[in-house]
Design a protein around this ligand. Structure first.
Ligand SMILES: CC(C)(COP(=O)(O)OP(=O)(O)OC[C@H]1O[C@@H](n2cnc3c(N)ncnc32)[C@H](O)[C@@H]1OP(=O)(O)O)[C@@H](O)C(=O)NCCC(=O)NCCS
Length: 197
């Protein structure tokens, strides 16, 4: 399958919203707001999360690559600066290390259930890294789940993606922040990544 990518903007909002709605708001209605400063959970509703995501999209305060199979949006990869996306999982442990902050981080990644295992997430991360390269590159962090030396995990449980997804693009382990979660880092050159799978 050949995929195309587009940024989440006012023009593509309806495509993104259709994908989220087809998955019950994603995790019951987070609308991909977990990494944004507002966060999700207590005190937040699915409708409120949708409105907040829409407001970020219309204001241009979101960086997110959508993946299309023909005209259908089938997945995404969110990225942004640490200021734009402060709410990473295992934050307390993450903050214990005195490591220079990355310029960018990858947040939420998601593939439509019917399209999993077909390279959608790979296309989404590739698109995000291309956009980062065009924006000047720099150190990028991802926070994926370890899948090796562990029983097989359904994609549904890999909230931040599997390590293999990022290894492909040259990310290497930096440190462990939970039993099965690692900080992985890659340096993206401003001109773009040349070693693309
Ligand atoms: C994790 C997820 C993004 C993977 O998407 P996908 O489109 O199926 O992944 P791809 O087909 O592009 O595979 C990319 C890589 O990940 C690996 N991978 C994918 N699913 C995997 C799994 N369940 N276990 C181990 N590795 C897996 C693939 O083997 C592939 O590795 P390769 O590049 O070495 O071949 C998808 O399962 C998903 O959306 N899960 C739910 C995530 C979620 O809840 N997001 C919202 C968080 S709030």
């Amino acid at each position: 399958m050949q995929y195309t990518t587009k940024a989440l903007t006012a023009e593509t909002w309806a495509d993104f919203a259709a994908l989220v709605e087809a998955h019950n708001g994603v995790w019951g209605g987070c609308w991909c707001m977990g990494f944004h400063p507002e966060g999700v959970g207590r005190g937040h509703t699915a409708a409120g999360n949708r409105d907040a995501k829409r407001a970020h999209t219309m204001a241009g305060t979101v960086h997110q690559i959508l993946v299309y199979a023909d005209d259908e949006c089938v997945g995404w990869c969110q990225y942004g600066t640490p200021v734009e996306l402060p709410n990473i999982q295992n934050r307390k442990t993450y903050d214990l290390a005195s490591v220079e902050a990355p310029r960018w981080r990858i947040g939420c990644i998601f593939t439509a259930t019917k399209h999993r295992g077909q390279g959608v997430a790979r296309a989404a991360v590739g698109g995000a890294l291309d956009a980062i390269a065009r924006a000047g590159g720099g150190v990028v962090e991802a926070y994926p789940e370890q899948t090796a030396e562990r029983p097989p995990q359904r994609g549904a449980y890999l909230h931040t993606g599997p390590e293999a997804l990022y290894e492909r693009f040259g990310f290497v382990r930096d440190r462990k922040i939970a039993k099965w979660r690692w900080v992985m880092r890659a340096e993206v050159p401003a001109a773009g990544i040349t070693d693309r799978p």
